[in-house]
Design a protein. Sequence first.
Length: 225
Amino acid sequence: MAQKILLVEDEESISEMVALNLGLEGYEVEVVSTGTKAAELIESNNPVDLYILDVMLPGISGVDLCRMIRKKSDTPVLFLSAKGTTTDRIEGLKAGGNDYLPKPFDLEELLLRVNVLTQGFKADEDLLKIGGASVNTKTFEAIDKDGNSVSLSKKEIDLLKLFAQHEGEVVSRTDILDKVWGQDQYPTTRTIDNFILHFRKLFEENPRSPRYFHSIRGVGYKFTK
């Protein structure tokens, strides 16, 4: 079955060119030209494999559309924008975007990025997505919520992998200590708390009101995506 892409772009020449070439690559593409129409499709839970959003749109901006998407799913989002400054890119990534391609762009580069977002993120078991951030568990490198590259320790990677394996489940502090540190090491539960605080700083938009790393009083922690 062909993967489906929702392309939200108000410049007709660009939308036609992108849709045509994505179609030739085997994707099923639905095109809308306003943020308002795109919001209706998002709210209707219309399933897609990738959103391609222009940033400046009639009605509702691409950044605001991305925030709407993130309240419902982790479906990849690629921004297209004539605004290509670092500040604009960071704004898009903080809203939950996965990639940001400034206009004018090379068609081959666009197709490559689409392929990575629709295939690589799902197939690569070494890549853990946390909202708009990502962690490569093989290289110990993370891209935080602000788009910054951060190096993580092996223990941090091991803890993130444990959480990912038990997504949506409560993992006790005892299990964390046994599985991440081992029974021959004796860290305190405060050590785990410090790791969680660091994760929230890196990945949570509001560390005081976490969306991904939850404390379960008297038991442990729960990771949700």
